[in-house]
Design a protein around this ligand. Structure first.
Ligand code: MN
Length: 257
């Protein structure tokens, strides 16, 4: 174990020395704030999740709560399969795509760049989305549910008119995703305002540079066991487990001066 720690320190130290301070921060295994706890300071970047700097691989992070902790809104079986099978497959797929693109650079078939690039986009999109998704939820009444407050609430009112108008827009975007995809509340650093965007599959239709605040997975694998074809019922129920303190933490990270 000690050698692993030493290696990790060396890697982080080397990144810091090379001037890549943000990468050094991202390389540290950090936990986001626990469910229900207000952030004391800025959040570590979302990129800190799901990456092992020693292995140089994407890795599946543990769920930050028990698989049954989001019941009755999200059932334990769905959480187990979603995290342990679907997310794990995205992790494997992203690592595989990176490896295959490396092999192409080392003399492989350059005609396969398009194929493996598409694989990378899909699987890495899935990995990043789900790393965030698990943290964007918390058990109801223990960090999950309620409404945003503070500067995030003020920004929502400023950019959508009211929390209720944001909610209606976000839910409609989620319900209307065609096939598998996501609804996202994002921070647009160009305009410094909040936007709601749809995402098809794990990666399509997201404008470049948007910073994720809140994402809802509306792939059938996220809800079908409990809600079958009633996606709108799942979307309504999901807001009982939204981890607004975490969303606030991300917002503070993106907007702090
Ligand atoms: Mn999913």
């Amino acid at each position: 174990m000690e050698s692993t720690h030493v290696q990790r320190r060396d890697v982080i130290g080397a990144l810091a020395v090379s001037g890549l301070a943000s990468l050094a921060l991202a390389a540290q295994p950090q936990e986001f704030i626990p469910a229900g706890k207000k952030p004391d300071g800025p959040c570590p970047p979302p990129e800190a999740l799901g990456w092992d700097a020693v292995k140089g691989d994407y890795v599946l992070p543990a769920l930050p709560y028990a698989a049954n902790a989001l019941e009755p809104y999200i059932d334990a079986k769905t959480m187990e399969v979603h995290h342990g099978k679907h997310h794990a497959a995205y992790v494997a797929g992203a690592n595989k795509a990176v490896t295959e693109l490396f092999r192409i650079r080392e003399g492989g078939d350059a005609g396969l760049v398009k194929h493996w690039s598409r694989e990378l986009s899909f699987h890495l999109g899935g990995h990043v989305n789900h790393c965030l998704f698990w943290r964007m939820m918390a058990p109801a009444g223990k960090g999950g549910g309620g409404q945003p407050d503070g500067l995030l609430a003020a920004a929502i009112t400023r950019d959508f008119g009211s929390y209720e108008k944001f909610l209606a827009h976000f839910k409609a975007a989620a319900v209307q995703v065609e096939g598998g995809g996501w609804s996202w509340l994002v921070y647009d650093p160009h305009s410094t305002r909040l936007l709601i965007v749809q995402q098809e599959k794990q990666q399509d239709m997201m404008p470049t540079g948007m910073r994720p605040l809140l994402g809802l997975d509306v792939w059938e694998h996220a809800y079908y066991l409990k809600y079958q074809n009633q996606r709108s019922s799942y979307v309504d129920a999901w807001f009982n487990v939204v981890n607004w303190p975490f969303v606030q933490c991300l917002f503070d990270t993106y907007t702090r001066k």
